[in-house]
Design a protein. Structure first.
Lengths: 579, 284
């Protein structure tokens, strides 16, 4: 198994066109076929917020080693329209290739890239001959890609057949389209230098962070999911609806995020593991429910998938601007946990763990992600459900009836044993007002102090639980010249940058803050050599939190806030500048 | 089976003497006793306002939620454990100002809950501001020249929202109220009960006497609750005569019966943990 790109040890392919031309699906299928041929892949989708027109592209990057992010260097560009060529040609490596629909009208000679080879493929003609829909042009293109890079057509045919399972006519047409695209290119010896040598099919999966979040919730026994559609979190809702019956889940598309949150809290009160997901704008509406979950001590899990704001912002792009909002959003003082996964694997395991933390401490738990991590595909080891331990904390399944049950019994660790409505001899009263042990409202001074103190006595126990999750994760050199510090999706490009820096003779590490709240202990001990804070935002809120919690201030920061992911090169360049 | 006394709590009652809420509390307890429901089988969900104290005063399970959000919370409780009898209580401000956005959705979904509106046509707990159900011309601190907004009619909202049970009763007619509540709780689907509830402190217009002079019972006039058009005609009536009773009732499958995951019984009973193998195969 080998993979030779024109720039490094990865092959990077862009498929571009208009919205509605099947860009995302073709990219996903290509990545899957490459995975089955033995490779590690990363796939990134870039699209504006519209349904038809505009420019969409999907970037697949594959290698025989693990791939953590995209690269700005393209080996092969597949252009379904003229605009794709003009936008991406600059990114194509020397001796790289451009597969275009033969019907597109432009003169490669005028593009000023004599070093790039154009491969006109009669995609439209082939589709017409096959009497297929125009969208099938991308399938023809995939056949051509396979021929050029040396990917066997079988793996592509297989994934196409699986994708359209139960629709034999569609499968037949698409398989033929692949074949025709492949044949058209393979007949000629273009001497394309970028190629792959497929190996054994590995034990690997190819999925997005959203899908991993959904699977993590299902593995943890989530039984109720309520959400309002909002990019980039909607795919969790789609996944849950598609698998509700097998997974024993009730799924509700609500009338608003206010409702989504209140429903999740209501279901949590009634005793099922519940979750909602949204982006920043929806989270705004959820904050009153968040505060209610805190006061009623109801477990609930919220996935907040960030995109650039303020307000509607860049609806289909990525940002890390809601960090402090997640930490401080909602009125009143209360405990919460915020987990910040940096890749698809962490999306799975952290979401599953979120349900344990929520139930053990009877608090809201936020899984804080961003578009780059939840909408990008990555290959990873299959998730191991045996590693998902279910701990429901102090959950009572019965009550003797001797003493009267009090939902908010004052306890040493602050956690009151939780009975569920329907338990014989126990009446469960949860109250958004300050309350007594039995749950009745109070405004009494001393009872208020007792109850506030009870809730806050959970704090050291929450901290201890969080420390067990490896809240600070260190990747790379033991004795670094440069330490990169970040959270969430910056992990991918940072890990790529570390590899590049090693080639440059610079030892680097990446320190991932994987739990944001409660803020983990011991961060400064991992900060060695020159330090650079990396965030996808303008005001470096992680830096603010680090300063607040540890007193440490960063001299160097790398910030990107145009909605796009960092490229590994940007991070490498910054590190070289500093080192 | 529990008695009226056992449905009471030791919490000190803070409603004004003469408040219509006392009658609602008493008749809800009576309805639960008459229906033979155990305390553990019932969940009361309340919003914010004078009615919100209900969860302190009735000895069943309770979720005292936040302003306007009774319905989403109650909907989810029913879905999580459909063995429970879920009753939502909301004031007119709670239900038809801040919570109006949820009302049409609970109604069209036909969530199997009872929704009792403590409708006193004024804001009580916040000391006398205009309410969405206040009538045009009604003078309050926030409508000093008389409200120039048309009041919300809870019953037209319910009918146009596809509620499958629409009723109104009066806090001065406890027997009538008990019977209406029993029908509403027994109804399989979304049941709205709008209770005309005089606020003795802030509303000097819509008093007990005001209603006593005007109300009449639909059942006394042979109203057919299965006739949507007749119901729609009746809910518009508000003047010298004000009808109370069941305006409309239809049978249609309640929300929770359409969820495949609930077919094997309440979600809350399902053991946790799922074999991921089949789900992961999709991504291999």
């Amino acid at each position: 198994m080998k993979c030779s790109g024109l720039f490094d040890d990865t092959v990077s392919i862009i498929i571009g066109g208009e919205a509605g031309q099947g860009i995302s699906r073709s990219g996903m299928l290509l990545g899957k076929a490459l995975m089955r041929a033995g490779f590690h892949c990363f796939g990134e989708i870039d699209y504006p917020s519209l349904i038809r027109g505009g420019h969409n592209f999907y970037r697949v990057r594959a290698s025989s080693r693990e791939v953590h992010s995209s690269t700005p260097h393209t080996d092969l560009l597949v252009a379904l329209n003229e605009e794709t060529v003009s936008i991406h040609l600059d990114s194509v490596n020397e001796e790289g290739g451009v597969i275009v629909d033969k019907k597109l009208r432009f003169d490669p000679g005028e593009m000023g890239r004599g070093d790039v080879v154009f491969y006109p493929v009669p995609m439209t003609e082939i589709v017409k001959e096959l009497e297929g829909p125009e969208i099938m042009r991308n399938t023809v293109a995939l056949g051509a890609v396979a021929a050029l890079i040396g990917l066997s057509l079988d793996s592509l045919k297989e994934v196409v057949a699986e994708t359209f399972e139960g629709r034999p006519r569609i499968i037949e047409m698409n398989v033929e389209a692949l074949q025709r695209g492949w044949e058209y290119v393979v007949e000629y010896d273009y001497g394309f230098r970028c190629n792959v040598e497929p190996g054994e099919r590995p034990e690997r999966i190819w999925l997005t962070g959203n899908e991993a979040v959904a699977l993590g919730a299902i593995a943890a026994g989530c039984r109720f999911y309520s959400a309002y559609p909002m990019t980039p979190a909607s795919p969790v809702l789609h996944y849950m609806f598609a698998h509700d019956e097998d997974s024993g889940l009730a799924v509700v598309q609500t009338e608003s995020e206010i409702s989504a949150m209140l429903m999740a809290v209501g279901a949590g009160y009634a005793g099922v593991r519940s979750m909602t997901s949204t982006s920043g704008g929806g989270f705004c509406l959820m904050t009153e429910g968040l505060s209610m979950a805190a006061m009623t001590e109801t477990p609930v899990v919220i996935m907040l998938g960030q995109r650039p704001g303020p307000s509607t912002g860049l609806a289909t792009y990525s940002a890390q601007g809601d960090l402090l909002f997640a930490v401080y959003g909602a009125h009143g003082e209360f405990q919460r946990v915020i987990l910040a996964p940096g890749d698809v694997e962490q999306c799975f395991y952290m979401t599953a763990e979120a349900f344990n933390l929520a139930e053990r401490f009877q608090i809201p738990v936020i899984v804080l992600t961003d578009k780059n991590v939840i909408e990008s595909h990555k290959t990873t080891e299959p998730f191991d459900s045996s590693k998902v331990k279910i701990d429901r904390g102090e959950l009572l399944t019965e009550w003797s009836g001797g003493d009267e049950y009090g939902r908010y019994r004052i306890t040493e660790d602050g956690v009151s044993p939780r009975a569920l409505p329907g338990t014989m001899n126990a009446l469960v009263l949860a109250n958004s007002n300050e309350h007594m042990e039995r749950g009745f409202s109070t405004s009494d001074s001393s009872l208020t102090n007792d109850m506030v103190d009870k809730r806050f006595r959970k704090t050291p126990h929450i901290k201890k639980a969080v420390e067990a999750l490896k809240p600070i994760r260190v990747y790379g050199a033991e004795d670094p010249d440069v330490t990169l510090v970040g959270w969430g999706s910056t992990k991918g490009p940072a890990l790529e940058a570390i590899g590049m820096l090693a080639d440059d003779g610079v030892k680097a590490r990446y320190v991932q803050v994987a739990v944001i709240e409660p803020f983990p202990e011991g961060l400064p001990q991992h900060l060695k050599g020159k330090t650079i804070l990396i965030e996808n935002n303008r005001a470096s809120p992680l830096g603010t939190l680090i300063k607040l919690n540890t007193g440490y201030g960063f001299e160097h920061v790398a910030l990107r806030y145009d909605g796009r992911a960092f490229t590994p090169h940007e991070i490498r360049d910054k590190a070289l500048e500093v080192a | 089976m529990p008695t009226m006394k056992e449905f009471g709590t030791p919490a000190a009652n803070t409603w004004c003497p003469g408040c219509g809420n006392f009658a609602i509390l008493m008749t809800v307890k009576q309805a639960l006793v008459d229906l033979g429901l155990r305390r553990e089988e019932v969940v009361a969900v309340t919003g914010i306002g004078c009615h919100g104290k209900f969860t302190d005063y009735i000895n069943v399970n309770g979720l005292h939620a936040i302003h306007g959000r009774v319905l989403p919370a109650a909907t989810a409780i029913k879905l999580a454990n459909h063995r429970l009898t879920v009753i939502g209580f909301a004031g007119d401000g709670d239900a038809f100002n801040i919570g109006l956005g949820h009302f049409a959705h609970a109604a069209r979904r036909n969530v199997d809950i009872t929704y009792v509106i403590h409708d006193n046509l004024i804001y009580g707990l916040t000391t006398g501001q205009t309410s969405p159900t206040s009538k045009k011309g009604f003078v309050t601190k926030t409508s000093p020249r008389g409200s120039f907004e048309t009041g919300v009619n809870p019953l037209t909202q319910a009918l146009t929202g596809d509620a499958s049970f629409v009723a109104r009763t009066f806090a001065g007619e406890p027997k009538h109220m008990t019977e209406v509540l029993k029908k509403a709780i027994r109804h399989q689907g979304f049941a709205l009960v709008d209770v005309l509830q005089p606020c003795v402190t802030w509303n000097r217009v819509n008093t007990y006497q005001f209603y006593k002079d005007r109300i009449y019972k639909l059942e006394d006039e042979g109203h057919d609750a299965g006739d949507f058009d007749a119901a729609y005609h009746k809910v518009l009536e508000w003047g010298d005569r004000i009808p109370i009773g069941v305006f409309y009732q239809e049978q249609r499958p309640p929300y929770h019966t359409s969820f495949p995951a609930l077919k094997e019984g309440p979600l809350v009973d399902r053991p946790l943990g799922v074999d991921l193998k089949k789900l992961l195969d999709e991504f291999r």
